[in-house]
Unconditional design. Structure first.
Length: 293
């Protein structure tokens, strides 16, 4: 009898690759999505359409307990990459990234699911962004759950770094600090394969980086190289950011949370165990050739 997985966040960048990877490993794939049509469309940054990888669809939102009622019955594995990058309308990071995942966890506990896999962020405990703090708060709750679980912490996604490519296309890349902080980001497809292959691991935490380590200055240069442009990189001194960020927090809290997340990424060393083989420069070329930027 084949195993059954419930995927929450299936139409996100990572979730689409995870849906495909679980299906290719023989799982019965059940997805929780907010819109049925979303599975028929290509996802962000070239992530795949997933309709042919899905066996069962539940329409709804993790914040709605009525939708989630008994959703984990007969499910072996729950995978969640649920989260929002921007607070829209009335939904907050606390509502979705924390409470939404707690709602899902309680259903998994009730149904005695074998494993709960959650995707967080490498270095989350140190990041002051409200988005990341909400994710880490859920991890703390998951850690105290009786259910067998594993938290996957990627250093960063190639998709996130497409923002650097967009800046380069406009002519100038702005870096926080000197741009010499290092990271080894990973492609969503590589991370998805790691997630599926790690379901039966006994560890409760898995830190995941990509195949190559770069400084942000090197990443910026790769962007200009792919675009065939002369590099123009401006470093924003950290002391300026330390003045500006508190002001932005007062004026626009939603913008602050996203900005402080990228500030954290660009000024910390985010390097851990290497997985996968897809190259960052190849991702950038695909973004340019496919007119995603």
């Amino acid at each position: 009898m084949r195993k059954r997985v419930l995927i929450a966040g299936a139409t996100g960048y990572l979730g689409r690759y995870v849906t495909k990877a679980f299906k290719e490993q023989g799982y019965f794939v059940k997805v929780l999505v907010r819109s049925r049509t979303s599975i028929n469309n290509q996802g962000s940054f070239g992530s795949p359409r997933i309709e042919k990888y899905v066996d069962e669809i539940v329409i709804g939102d993790v914040t709605d307990k009525n939708v989630l009622k008994d959703i984990c019955e007969d499910i072996d594995v729950v995978f969640s990459s649920v989260g929002i990058t921007r607070q829209k309308g009335r939904q907050t990071f606390e509502d979705v990234d924390y409470q939404g995942n707690v709602n899902l966890l309680r259903e998994a506990e009730k149904s005695l699911v074998n494993k709960f896999m959650y995707v967080n962020v490498f270095g989350a405990k140190e990041c002051p962004s409200g988005m990341i703090q909400a994710k880490q708060k859920f991890v703390d709750t998951l850690s105290n759950s009786p259910i067998s679980h594993i938290v996957v912490n990627p250093t960063g996604y190639y998709s996130d770094l497409t923002e650097v490519l967009k800046m380069a296309k406009k002519g100038t890349v702005f870096l926080f600090g000197d741009g010499n902080s290092q990271m080894n980001p990973i492609h969503g497809a590589d991370l998805a394969e790691v997630c599926v292959a790690s379901i039966n691991r006994e560890e409760t935490v898995l830190n995941v980086g990509g195949p190559e380590t770069y400084t942000y200055r090197e990443i910026a240069n790769h962007c200009f190289n792919v675009l065939g442009k002369k590099p123009r990189i401006i470093s924003v001194p950290l002391w300026i950011m330390n003045i500006v960020l508190p002001m932005i927090k007062i004026v626009n809290k939603k913008q602050y949370d996203l900005l402080v997340f990228f500030y954290f990424m660009m000024t910390k060393t985010l390097v851990t165990d290497s997985y996968g083989n897809r190259k960052l420069e190849s991702h950038f070329r695909k973004m340019v050739d496919s007119n995603f930027v």
